[in-house]
Design a protein around this ligand. Structure first.
Ligand code: PLP
Length: 233
């Protein structure tokens, strides 16, 4: 079995290769290691291999890991991304512990995070989640409602609106993946005319990373290819 260290190296090489093939600077693509369900031992392996950005989906689990590493590695600055759906009664834990929040899908949650962000902390970086495949079951705002939400979120002083995030419907065909990610890219382009500080596109997972990078992703969220398959209880 490959180690986390080897897997990280392989993914970084892959990102670099894809970026160069589509004339992008590999340094403009950040790798987020999605560590949900994975133990702190595996995260430690990733840290020892130089990884500093991690993504977590479940609030409680994420906060436990953040606190663990504050104690265990107080001198290693890590960056924690909340990438799961958030119930409003758990927003305080995200506001108090995470550096990024990728799944803003309504003003109410943004407002709560703003009000609950401790003043001694840096602004919470936030992304608006777009329901780009227009699936009934998935969260995220529909593309036509994004601009209205942007206009509201930029008024919140403790949040820094950085861009958009999407989890498209699972699709194995590269061209179909690309087509959906291109819609995200266009959406961000059109917003950047008025909101140039929106510089981030969080898209691409183990199964669709290549298409996401070709379509301009600046943050890929990779779990399986780094930590192996997840087991759910
Ligand atoms: C689990 C998850 C990932 C990582 O998916 P892999 O297919 O394991 O790379 C990325 N983003 C989100 C929002 C996730 O929930």
């Amino acid at each position: 079995m490959n180690t986390v260290h080897d897997n990280l190296l392989a993914i970084k090489n892959k990102i670099q290769k894809i970026a160069l093939e589509c004339d992008r600077d590999p340094n403009t693509i950040e790798l987020i290691a999605v560590s949900k369900t994975k133990p702190v031992e595996q995260i430690t392996e990733a840290i020892n291999a130089g990884q500093i950005s991690f993504g977590e989906n479940y609030v409680q689990e994420g906060v436990e890991k953040i606190n663990y590493f504050k104690q265990a590695l107080p001198d290693t600055p890590l960056i924690w991304h909340f990438i799961g759906p958030l119930q409003s009664n758990k927003s305080k834990l995200v506001a108090e512990n995470f550096d990024w929040m990728h799944t803003i899908d309504r003003f109410k949650i943004a407002q709560r995070l703003n009000d609950q962000r401790p003043t001694h902390m840096a602004k919470l970086n936030v992304l608006i989640q777009v329901n780009i495949s227009q699936e009934m079951s998935k969260s995220g705002v529909s593309p036509s409602d994004v601009t209205d939400l942007v206009k509201q979120v930029i008024n919140l002083p403790n949040l820094s609106l950085r861009g958009l995030m999407a989890i498209p419907e699972i699709e194995n065909d590269f061209n179909k993946q690309l087509n959906v990610f291109r819609q995200m890219q266009q959406l961000l382009y059109s917003l950047q005319a008025d909101y140039p500080f929106m510089d981030t596109l969080s898209m691409g997972m183990t199964g669709d990373m290549q298409a996401a990078i070709v379509a301009g992703s600046t943050m890929v969220r990779i779990g399986t290819a780094i930590f192996g398959a997840r087991q759910y209880l």
